[in-house]
Ligand binder design. Structure first.
Ligand code: DGP
Length: 111
């Protein structure tokens, strides 16, 4: 298994885990841009948001069920941002679907 996020989700590479269930894994970003910066990933490999289909979209739904739970645990009652980058122009550097949960400060307007 060569995908780094597959290996993190499998526990093969250490991470600061914040949530795990049968299908979803969440851990702190190694390069945080805000006081709270968590990555939420499916345990199953999906290359990116451009590879979501009727076959795997239930995993995305599950991730969006989990996000508010993590946000509450992290104390993000004032709000937060959920971002997924897609492809080179979108700034995606890890080709395993992941959602950035960012918060803990007032965020700038996005470019
Ligand atoms: P993106 O640019 O959207 O593909 O985001 C990838 C993010 O993944 C980036 O913010 C840094 C983070 N990241 C990359 N490698 C690791 C790692 O090994 N551990 C952790 N915790 N985060 C990583």
């Amino acid at each position: 298994m060569s995908c780094i996020f597959c290996r993190i989700a499998a526990g093969e590479i250490p991470s600061q885990k914040v949530y795990e269930d049968e299908r979803v894994f969440a851990f702190r970003d190694i390069n945080p841009v805000a006081p709270v910066h968590i990555l939420i990933v499916p345990k199953t490999h999906i290359p990116g948001a451009d590879a979501v289909s009727s076959e795997n979209s239930s995993l995305v739904a599950r991730i969006f069920e989990v996000i508010p739970k993590i946000a509450a645990t992290e104390g993000l009652s004032r709000g937060y941002r959920v971002v997924t980058n897609v492809g080179e122009d979108g700034g995606q550097t890890v080709m395993h679907l992941h959602f950035h949960l960012i918060g803990g400060r007032k965020l700038d307007i996005m470019a």
